[in-house]
Design a protein. Structure first.
Length: 300
C-alpha cells in the first residue's frame, strides 16, 4: 500500500512513518524538512496536496496545530490548518480515488466534560465533548467535516489520542494508567486503522491500558493512592522504591476498549516503559524534578 503521511516531521507523524515503512511505501509531507519528509510545504496548499495524493491508496493526516499553539497562533490559523486544510485534503483525496483516511484527533476535545466535582470521569466515545479552547473546537470541526465527506464513500477513522509528549517521569508513568500513551502505540493504532475499508466515520480513543474500573471513580478523585495500591500494586512499589509520591487525585480515565476490540489494537508500552526510558536517560521522558509544560492546562 502507498500511504501519504502528513505532519511527517512531527512527533506522531514520524512515529507513524517509521511504523508503516516496515510494510508499506510511505510518502511524508511536512512544512519542516526531515528524514521522513519527501514533500515540503504548507498542508493547506492545494497544488502540493494534489501532487501528494497522486497514486496513494490511503492518507494518514497527523498535521495540525496543537495545545502549545493556543495563545501563540491565532484562531484564524487554527481554523485554516486544523479545519480548512483537513477538509481540503479529504476532498482532494476523494477526487483522486483514495478510499482510506485516518485522522489523528485528540482526547483533549472532550474539554470540560472530562471533569466532575465529585468523581473521576470515565471517558469513552459516548461522552459528548464540551470544548473550551480553539484547539478543541478545531479538532471537533475537522471530525465533523470528515464525517460529511465520508458520505461520499471515504472510509474515515478518527483516532482520539491521549497525552504523548515527554513529561516528568512520575507524572508520565502514572498517566500511562489513565490518560497517556506511547507514540509507538499510537503508530500501531494508525497502522491497524488502515485495514478499515467501510465507508463512513468511526471514532476511537487511543490511550494506555487502564487497570481502573467504573466502581473506582469516586475514590479515584478523593483518594487515588488507595485505588492505586489495590489496582496497580507494581506501580505503587516502583514509586515507593524511587521515593516518589503517588498522585493524590485522578480526575479522568480515557478508556481505549473500543479501539482494542474493533481495531485489534493493544497498547504495549505502559508505565514500566517510562521507568526504563528514564533509567536509560532517553529524551522521551523528563527527569522527576523537571517543571511541567506550561501549556498543560490548555490541553485539559
Amino acid at each position: 500500500m502507498r500511504v501519504l503521511v502528513t505532519g511527517a516531521a512531527g512527533r506522531i507523524g514520524r512515529a507513524v512513518y517509521v511504523r508503516l515503512a516496515r510494510e508499506h511505501e510511505v510518502v511524508g509531507l511536512d512544512r519542516t524538512p526531515a528524514s521522513t519528509v519527501h514533500l515540503t510545504g504548507d498542508v493547506g496548499d492545494p497544488f502540493l496536496l494534489r501532487r501528494a495524493v497522486r497514486d496513494v491508496d490511503a492518507v494518514i493526516h497527523t498535521a495540525a496545530l496543537h495545545a502549545p499553539h493556543v495563545g501563540v497562533s491565532s484562531d484564524a490559523e487554527f481554523e485554516r490548518i486544523n479545519v480548512q486544510a483537513t477538509t481540503l485534503l479529504a476532498r482532494i483525496a476523494i477526487d483522486a480515488g483514495v478510499r482510506r483516511f485516518v485522522f489523528t484527533s485528540t482526547t483533549a476535545l472532550y474539554g470540560a466534560s472530562s471533569r466532575h466535582a465529585t468523581r473521576a470521569v470515565w471517558v469513552d466515545e459516548s461522552l459528548a465533548p464540551q470544548p473550551t479552547t480553539v484547539y478543541h473546537r478545531s479538532k471537533i470541526a475537522a471530525e465533523q467535516a470528515l464525517a460529511r465527506l465520508s458520505r461520499e464513500g471515504l472510509c474515515v477513522t478518527a483516532l482520539r489520542m491521549s497525552r504523548c509528549f515527554p513529561e516528568p517521569a512520575p507524572l508520565m508513568a502514572a498517566y500511562r494508567l489513565h490518560r497517556g500513551v506511547d507514540a509507538r502505540d499510537v503508530a500501531d493504532a494508525h497502522a491497524l486503522a488502515l485495514q478499515r475499508d467501510t465507508p463512513g466515520i468511526e471514532r476511537y480513543i487511543v490511550s494506555g491500558a487502564t487497570p481502573f474500573e467504573a466502581d473506582d471513580l469516586e475514590e479515584l478523585l478523593r483518594d487515588a493512592p488507595a485505588v492505586l495500591r489495590r489496582r496497580a500494586p507494581e506501580l505503587t512499589a516502583a514509586f515507593a522504591a524511587r521515593d516518589w509520591p503517588l498522585p493524590r487525585s485522578i480526575d479522568r480515565i480515557y478508556a481505549p476498549f473500543a479501539a482494542m476490540q474493533s481495531l485489534g489494537w493493544k497498547p504495549r508500552y505502559g508505565y514500566a516503559e517510562v521507568l526504563q526510558m528514564l533509567d536509560a536517560e532517553s529524551s522521551e521522558v523528563l527527569p522527576p524534578k523537571t517543571a511541567a509544560p506550561r501549556f498543560d492546562e490548555r490541553q485539559r
